[in-house]
Design a protein around this ligand. Structure first.
Ligand code: BEZ
Length: 255
């Protein structure tokens, strides 16, 4: 059972808001989809499939694709598009060895129990099956995290709400995968500054609302102060905001 305090700390998702402020996430997935090198007829598991835009692309390319996500709103949006998407947390995958590949884009950094993810992925793959994923790597959104931490320190807030993510360095992630029956073929940290067409406020409220909500009636001023801290680092003279993304991309094979 969860309490209302847990609920307030939890990230929640709305397919509509995500589409407005974060469409770039699937738009920028070309590289990881290329690494997947899908062959028509392959059975693919898409972990943390979100609103299913990439799941639908994989299906259109000929895959027999199953998606999983822990957000009921995302799952409903996917099912409405006719996709086979199930409500399941990537940290408790319950599949046997039935997939040719497990794919994931921009989701695994939300799953702090990376060991549980690796075990579930490994169990879901046929021998020789591949795991191809991209997510936040070491140093991802470092300026944004640092600004929120500074605000939490100044206002007596909870620092952990400024960084609820898992952003591993390549060697750390390689070790984790190899300890779980996944031999790494290639792994790379890829800096990817992303221009935020709807600005930084939309990003912060979409991805870190619980951090600001902790300040209750001071939430708006905490948000305004965070934005001012970030402005010199992430906003150019024309008012364009860029998020300091760093991707970790990996391909591994089930041994
Ligand atoms: C990312 O895609 O790297 C990301 C998205 C939202 C929050 C943190 C990281």
């Amino acid at each position: 059972m969860t309490s209302s305090i847990d609920d307030a700390r939890r990230q929640t998702w709305s397919a509509g808001t995500y589409d407005t402020h974060a469409r770039f996430v699937s738009d920028l997935a070309g590289g990881v989809v290329e690494w997947l090198a899908l062959k028509p007829g392959e059975r693919i598991l898409d972990v943390g499939c979100g609103d299913g835009v990439l799941t639908a692309e994989l299906k259109a390319a000929g895959a027999d694709v199953v998606g999983v996500d822990s957000s009921p709103d995302f799952v409903a949006a996917c099912v409405a598009k006719g996709l086979d998407v199930r409500l399941m947390d990537g940290q408790s995958l319950s599949f046997g060895p039935e997939f040719d590949a497990v794919f994931s884009n921009a989701a695994l950094h939300w799953m702090q129990d990376a060991e549980a993810v690796a075990k579930g992925v490994s169990n879901a793959l046929k021998p020789g099956g591949r795991f191809v994923a991209e997510f936040g790597g070491h140093g991802n959104v470092a300026a944004i995290v640092t600004a929120m931490r500074a605000i939490a320190m100044k206002r007596g807030g909870d620092l952990s709400l400024a960084h609820p993510w898992y952003f591993p360095a390549p060697e750390v992630y390689r070790e984790l995968l190899e300890a779980n029956g996944l031999a790494v073929k290639r792994i790379a940290l890829i800096p990817r500054p992303v221009v935020l067409k709807t600005g930084i406020e939309g990003w912060l409220m979409l991805f870190r609302k619980p951090f600001f909500q902790q300040f209750e009636n001071e939430a708006e001023s905490a948000l305004a102060e965070t934005i001012e801290l970030l402005r010199p680092a992430l906003c150019d003279a024309q008012g364009n905001w860029t998020a300091d993304y760093v991707r970790l991309r990996v391909e591994a094979v089930r041994t």
